[in-house]
Design a protein around this ligand. Sequence first.
Ligand code: PBG
Length: 333
Amino acid sequence: MLPGGVTRPLPPSSRPRRLRAFPALRALVRETHVHPSQLMLPVFVREDIDGPNPIEAMPGVLQHTLDSLRAEAVACAEAGVGGIDLFGVPLLRDEVGSQAWDPEGILNRAVAAVREEVGDDLVVCADTCLDEFTSHGHCGVLDGQGRVDNDATLPLYQAMAITQAESGAHMVSPSGMMDGQVRAIRDALDTTDHQDVAVLAYSAKYASAYYGPFREAVGSTLRGDRRTYQLDPANSREGLYEATLDAAEGADLVMVKPAGPHLDVLARVAAASQIPVAAYQVSGEYAMVEAAAQRGWIDRERVIDESLIGIVRAGADMVLTYWALDAARRWAR
Ligand code: PBG
């Protein structure tokens, strides 16, 4: 009966397969659940367009008008998505990014529009960074030598955060990786009567090639790269250090970004953090899955769900993902 020369092995003494036999049993012992309320949808709102505009490198993601943004925010609230994170694509850019703190700037108008639409049904977060607003595309202002000037940038972040709070943001999210940005923003909010506006700190934000499609999404004009302010992907301890500093500076949440390639950092930060931990599944992670799925090479929905489960299993309390609305609607079926 057995192939030549093979003897029958002893029966296994442990049988982990026992709990995998049928769906109800698997569900009973499942460790990780992802709920729509843990997801936040990053959205782009662009100033100079008549209707929503597709982003080629992010199939299914749009640059919104203020009107289509309102509808998207309502759809998120109806689907039970936890929050929305707003990014602005302005018509005019200058050396210092002054549209960022102009109350009539596209991002601040978007914050006000969304807040008016959803009230407190959805957490309204604004990206607090200058890169969409500067003519050179850097996250801060440049000094005479063309280097990103950390300390000259901080007051601009303060002005931006105050305007976002005044426009109605529940949460601001400094993503520029300037040293001291969390404390500067916390101080600015506290001294302008915005004590209740939370700070979602991009703490371990890596200088990542996975941000490629985002550059198209915001029409970035970046000259050079961000390696003097974003983290070297080789460093994990430094990610933990940044998260520790941000918590001490008054962050309400810390973030690791990109999520998928840096799950070990996420796990490390989650193990050490006493405040909630967020992870950002970025544009490149989105684009790769959508591109492979379009070619029929992978099962799109299963890969999306597995990627989100992996991020939550690694320790994220909440996930920023371009699939937030898509996943929330799908899981409700
Ligand atoms: C910059 C910013 C970036 C992203 C979010 N905020 C780009 C960058 O740092 O170069 C990337 C998000 C994504 O790729 O989805 N403030």
